[in-house]
Design a protein around this ligand. Sequence first.
Ligand code: WT7
Length: 629
Amino acid sequence: MQLYNRSITDSDRFWSEQAKSLLHWSRPFERVCQGNFADGDVAWFTGGTLNAAYNCVDRHLPHRAHQTALIYEGDELGEGYSLTYHQLHARVCRVANALLSMGVRRGDVVTLYMPTSPDLACAMLACARIGATHSVVFAGFSAGALRDRLAASGSRMLLTCDVGKRGGKTLELKKIVDEAVGGTDLVHHVGVFRRDPDAAQQRSEGWEESRDVDMNELLPRMRPYCAYVSMEAEDPLFILYTSGSTGKPKGLVHTTGGYLLQAAMTTKNTFDLKDGDVFGCVADVGWITGHTYCIYGPLLLGATSVLFESTPRYPHHGRYWDLIDRHRITQFYTSPTAIRTLMKFGTDKIKEYKLDSLRVLGSVGEPINPEAWTWYFKNVGHSRCTVVDTWWQTETGGHMMAPMPGMTPLKPGSCTLPVYGVQPALLDPLTGEEIEGDDVEGLLVVKRPWPGMARTIHGDHHRYMDVYFNSYRGYYATGDGARRDENGYYWITGRVDDVVNVAGHRIGTAEVESSLASHDGVSEAAVVGFPDPSKGQGLCCYVTLNMGTPSTPEFIAELKAQVRRDIGPFATPDVIVITPDLPKTRSGKIMRRILRKLAEGEPSALGDTSTLADPSVVERLVATQFWVK
Ligand code: WT7
C-alpha cells in the first residue's frame, strides 16, 4: 500500500526506479513522463534507447543460457518441444536475418498470421530485434479480416505457417493467406514456416515462387547471430488490432519502453514470479494476453513460459490439469469462460493429476462470477493458491487492476485494487463528474498516464482521441462500467459501449452488423449481446430483409456462414431474429438499448420508449416472444 501511494504521489521517481531495475537500457532515459491525456501526447522514458529482444533474450544468456525459455505444447497431448534461452537466441537471430534478407527494415510493419508456437514467438522477437513493428493477426481470423488488417497496417511482409492445429482440426493457414493476398499487391513476400515436415509437396499448390519463401529452407542458411537495433523508448514495438464500438478494427500501437516496463512489472507483481517458475498462460499469442503474458512479461523476467496451442477440452477435459502436472506449472492463467466450461464436468478428472506445483491462479477477459472463482480456488488451487482476477484491455498493455498474492485480501468476483501507478475513477455518465466515496457505480476511467498505454491508433490519431479521450476531457475512457464497494474494491460490470465479449473474444457489434448487411437479402441489421451462462455473452442479431428474401432456416444458416467468412468462426451469431422492422428513434437511430433488453429476456423492462418513431415495432417484437432463456 505504501508503495502504491508512492507510485501516485512520487510517480516519476517510482517509475524511474522500476524502469532501471526491470529493463536494460542501451542509453539511459532523460525524462520519465511527459504529455497528458487531453493533448494526446503522452511519452515515457524519452531520450532512452533499448531493444526488446535484447531484454527478453540476450541479457539472460550469461546466467540462463541453458535454462528453458519456452515450453511448447502443441495440439496433441504431449506433442511439442522446449527451447533454452541459448536456443531461443539462435532462432530469433536466424529469423531476424531472414527478415533482413527479404528486405525488411527498421520501422517496417510485419504481419504475423501464425498459431501459438515458438515460431510465432521467434518471429515477434525477430521483428523487435531489427526494429520492425510486428502486427500479429489471430490465426482464427478469416481471409477477409486478414486482408483488411494487412492493408490498414501497410504491411509488406507476412509470415505464416502451412497449417495450424486446434482441437484436432487443421487450419489451412497458407490457403487462407493465398485467398487474402492473391491477386493483390499488398505484400512483397510471404514467409511460410512448415510445421508438417512431410508436407514439402504442399508447396506446389498455390505456391508463388516470386512471393513465397520457405522458412524451413531459408533459416538453416542464416547466421545464428544478428545485431540488434537500439530503439527509442517511444518507437513502436507492435500494432495489435482490436474491435471498437464503431467502424473498422483499431490498430493500437504499443511502444518499446513503456509497454515492456508494464509487462515486466505486472508479471512480477501480480503473479509473484520467482526464479525457477514455470509460467502457464494458456491464451492465444494472437491476443494481447498472449503478447504480454506468454511472451514479453515472462521472458523479460527470465522465466520459463509455456505456449499452449490446443483447447481446454482436447483430447479430453483434463487437458489443462495434465499440462500443469507434466510441466510443473507454478502460475496458471486462463479465462472465466474456460473455467465455467470445465466446471460442468465436475472434479473427477482434476483428481487424476498432481497440481501441487501451482501457487497463483489467474483469470482474465471478462468478469469472473463468484461461483466460478470459488470453484477455481477450491478445486484447482486446493484452497492454497491465490486467485488473481486481472482487469485490463488491449489498450492498456498490461494489468490495471489485480490483487498481489499474499498482500491483497481477496474477494471472489472482484479484481480488487489498481496496480502500481494506476489511478482509476468512476464517472457519472450524464454529468461526467467524478463519483467520490465507496459503494458507488459508474463509468470506469483512468486519471493519469501509465507506461503501458497504447499511444495511438495506427494511421488515425484523431480516432484515438475521439474514442478514448474526448468524451471526458482529462480522463482515459475504458468503455467499461464498474462498482466500487464499501472497501474500495472494484467490480467490473461489463462494457457500456457496443462491444460484446463472447467467450473472452472482443467483438464490435458494428462489424457483425456490416457483415450481415452486406448480404444481398439483408436490408438492415442490429446486433446486441445477451447473457450466456458459459460464454459470458452471446450474439443476438436482429435482421430486416429485402423484399423477396425468404426467412428460411437455410437463409439464416447462410447469414451465419457469411459472418464466419467475413470475421471468423468466433464471431458466429448465436441467434438471428428476422423482424419486419427495427425500433428506431424519430431521427432514425436504432434503439439498441431496447433490443438488448429483449434479447436479455426482459420485455417488461424496456425503460423509456417515448422517443420511438413507431412503438408498434416493439410491440410486434415482444409479441413474437422471442428471447433467450
Ligand atoms: C475488455 C478488454 C485484457 C486481456 C483480455 C481482453 C473485459 C478483461 C476483465 C476482468 C472483467 C474484463 C473488459 C475489457 N475484461 N478482463 N478481469 N474482469 N472484465 O482484452 O479484448 O482488449 O478486452 O475485456 O470489458 O474492457 P480485450
